[in-house]
Design a protein around this ligand. Structure first.
Ligand code: SF4
Length: 298
């Protein structure tokens, strides 16, 4: 891999680190990236994000059961305990619902997504190699990539399938490339970390019951690497110029920072001085991202 990363990029500092969610934020809107990574503005929990976390937790722990026990009923029975666990970890979630019936109908929607999962896959026939796998790799330029993979399946012949659950609906054509970019990002990290090219990328949309599959090849992942480097260079340019422009679009309706966004008449807080910006938890090696990308919510 002598030419790896030989793309004319400048070397990066050891603190340089990028996840697919934060790369997606910058591509969606540089100001959103700033609010999340530079300002570290808190975001109130939202029912959509919390439901995504809950459904992911259930699907992760469903595979703790022996294969024969991975039934729709078993999945639904995990909703209550997993919700209690999330509440204990983040008590603010308790304020998500004004009335008990709101919570019940929200929980029912999560149950419907789990039922839909069983129309797409039979987990009794699967034995994942990893769940919620943290992957990291350092590119030749010094840029560190990291991410959490929902599920990694490895066939007896060694072929790798990367699986990602989405609780939204499959995106329209103009956003599908963005969703696949996230998957190619994971594939790139695995390839660079382990030297094995994943055979299949699989996005499971539980909002509408669709599966998107993609077979990456080496040229794909090299192109992804160039794109990731270009995104990071654009981020570093914005950081140096202190220029984080809003890029309004369809996903603004999902943005917690709309009230302070100048594109909607708001006023952002003063930009912190560079020395006042710690390396945020979401940028440290293999810490999970605190916030999902807006694409995951829409
Ligand atoms: S509201 Fe839209 S334009 Fe403004 S910060 Fe959020 S995503 Fe960017």
């Amino acid at each position: 891999m002598a030419d790896d990363g030989a793309n004319g990029s400048t070397p990066h500092s050891s603190a340089s680190s990028l996840s697919p969610s934060r790369a997606g934020d910058f591509l969606t809107c540089p100001l959103l990236y700033r609010f999340r990574v530079i300002d570290r503005l808190p975001e109130p929990p939202s029912p959509a994000a919390a439901r995504g976390t809950l459904v992911h937790a259930v699907l992760e722990h469903l595979f703790d059961q022996p294969a024969a026990g991975r039934t729709p009923e078993a999945a639904r029975s995990l909703l209550g305990p997993e919700w209690d666990r999330l509440l204990a970890a983040e008590p603010a979630l308790a304020g998500l619902f004004a009335a008990e019936e709101d919570r019940v109908s929200w929980l029912e929607e999560a149950g419907t997504m789990l039922d839909r999962y069983f129309t797409l896959e039979d987990p009794r026939r699967l034995e994942p190699a990893h769940r919620e796998l943290c992957v990291e790799a350092e590119l030749a330029s010094g840029l560190r990539l990291r991410g959490y993979i929902d599920r990694l399946d490895v066939a007896p012949g060694g072929e790798i399938r990367i699986v990602d659950y989405k609780t939204g609906t499959a995106p329209p054509a103009e956003f599908e490339a963005r969703a696949l970019f996230q998957m190619k990002f994971y594939a790139l990290v695995l390839w660079r970390a382990q030297g094995t090219l994943p055979r299949l990328l699989q996005l499971i949309y539980l909002g509408n019951g669709e599966i998107v599959r993609y077979q990456p090849d080496e040229a794909d992942l090299r192109a992804t690497e160039r794109k990731v480097e270009a995104v990071w260079q654009a981020i570093e340019r914005a950081r140096a110029d202190r220029d984080w422009r809003p890029r309004p679009g369809r996903l603004c309706d999902w943005c917690a920072h709309k009230p302070i966004c100048p594109a909607f008449g708001g006023t952002p807080p003063p930009l912190p001085e560079p020395e006042a910006v710690p390396v945020p938890a979401g940028q440290q090696p293999c810490a999970p991202d605190q916030e999902p990308s807006l694409l995951d919510l829409a």
